[in-house]
Design a protein around this ligand. Structure first.
Ligand code: SF4
Ligand code: SF4
Length: 149
């Protein structure tokens, strides 16, 4: 659950392994519409100034809340914008709660992510492969049989 918001940046975050506009999570959003996103109530604002606004959550029990829209049969987080697999992004990226920060897309760090795979399959998207994290091939030099230098 790390759908980027194109307008958000996090100075303290580690440098992405590839260009932000080429990250597999950008446009995907499948995990934001696949399961309940529950977390400790104190991650909300208030009391945490930069936490998720309480109005975007629903109370589960005395200790936990869930992102609105994810606690239903066909989950879709209220903060998710755009179409899944097309132009999805998180409208509250900088305030996203811990489950969203902790879910890693498959193979980003060389490890599988069954949750990511399940979410993508649920929405008709192929699971990510290690090759999705390879840098794009270098541009071919202009000097070639078709374009003699
Ligand atoms: S399902 Fe996987 S690829 Fe898609 S946004 Fe979530 S973590 Fe990223
Ligand atoms: S808060 Fe953002 S990252 Fe988390 S489930 Fe909702 S849309 Fe996805």
């Amino acid at each position: 659950m790390i759908v980027f918001s194109p307008s958000d940046t996090e100075p303290s975050a580690p440098a992405p392994s590839r260009a932000e506009n080429d990250h597999p999570c950008l446009r995907c959003g499948a995990c934001c519409a696949s399961s309940r996103v529950a977390f400790y109530w104190a991650e909300t604002s208030p009391p945490t100034p930069d936490g998720m606004p309480q109005a975007l959550t629903t109370k589960l029990d005395p200790l936990r809340v869930a992102m609105r829209g994810t606690d239903q049969a066909q989950p879709r987080c209220v903060a998710l914008r755009g179409g899944i697999g097309v132009d999805a992004h998180c409208a509250e990226y900088a305030r996203r709660p811990s489950p969203c920060r902790e879910l890693k897309p498959a193979w980003e760090d060389g490890l599988p992510s069954p949750q990511c795979d399940r979410a993508r399959l649920r929405h008709g998207l192929s699971p990510l492969q290690p090759s999705d994290w390879l840098p794009p091939p270098a541009l071919q030099p202009l000097s070639s049989p078709e374009y003699p230098g």
